[in-house]
Design a protein around this ligand. Structure first.
Ligand SMILES: N[C@@H](CCC(=O)N[C@@H](CS)C(=O)NCC(=O)O)C(=O)O
Length: 213
């Protein structure tokens, strides 16, 4: 049965390319798994949406009989048993995936929320030192390796690189060359390019629908 990925019906310009369905799209492209996209309204959160994502967010997926929310849980589920989570390295891949969600993303979000949602430059500036510290620590941990675990790209790299895209695009990696190269290496993968193009096409189609309504 084709997997169904749910995202928003429309979002404003600034989060486009970053809505978290991108990480699920990216993994599905890496795995060559076909999927369909369904939508929920951004503005009105229906009981049906909340039944599938209790925090009224996206993404969530339906994979056969299984409905799953939380992008990290979705990635873990989909990567299980695939080359993106080699069995011998599974504990370390899971460790780094959770580190991405729990030890890096909160610091990125703590900066993104004042910067882009609240337009509070002073608030964003206050968050910068802690974010920079995390990024430095991450670069040290990565060292001169290409990927976080073993010799090959795993789902942990997919998620970590996705989380690092916003800091990379906003200059935080300008003096962290190893980490900048890591993000470039990951996002140069054709699967990421396809996922990003498909997400952007989704928002363009939403604009066109709105314009003709
Ligand atoms: N921890 C959740 C976060 C999901 C999340 O923040 N989704 C955003 C879109 S990227 C959202 O739905 N925001 C709207 C809202 O919170 O109402 C996950 O990783 O799936």
């Amino acid at each position: 049965m084709t997997l169904v990925l749910t995202t928003y019906d429309w979002v404003p310009e600034f989060p486009r390319g970053f809505v978290r369905d991108i990480r699920v799209r990216w993994l599905l492209e890496e795995l060559g798994r076909p999927y369909q996209v369904e939508t929920v309204p951004l503005r009105e959160k229906s009981p049906d949406h909340i039944a599938q994502q209790p925090f009224a967010q996206v993404p969530f997926v339906r994979d056969g009989d299984l409905t799953l929310f939380e992008s990290g849980a979705i990635l873990l589920h989909l990567a299980q048993g695939t080359p993106l989570m080699p069995e011998a390295q599974r504990p370390h891949v899971q460790q780094w995936l959770i580190a991405a969600l729990n030890s890096v993303e909160p610091f990125v979000m703590a900066w993104i929320i004042p910067k882009f949602f609240d337009k509070d430059e002073a608030g964003a500036a206050r968050r910068e030192p802690l974010l920079r510290q995390r990024l430095n620590q991450l670069q040290t941990a990565l060292g001169d390796k290409d990927w976080l675990v073993g010799d090959s790209f795993t789902v942990a790299d997919l998620l970590m690189a996705d989380i690092l895209r916003a800091p990379a695009q906003n200059g935080f990696l300008d003096d962290l060359h190893g980490l900048a190269a890591y993000v470039e290496r990951a996002t140069a993968r054709p699967a990421f390019g396809k996922a990003l193009a498909d997400q952007m096409a989704h928002w363009r189609a939403a604009d066109a629908r709105q314009a003709s309504a």
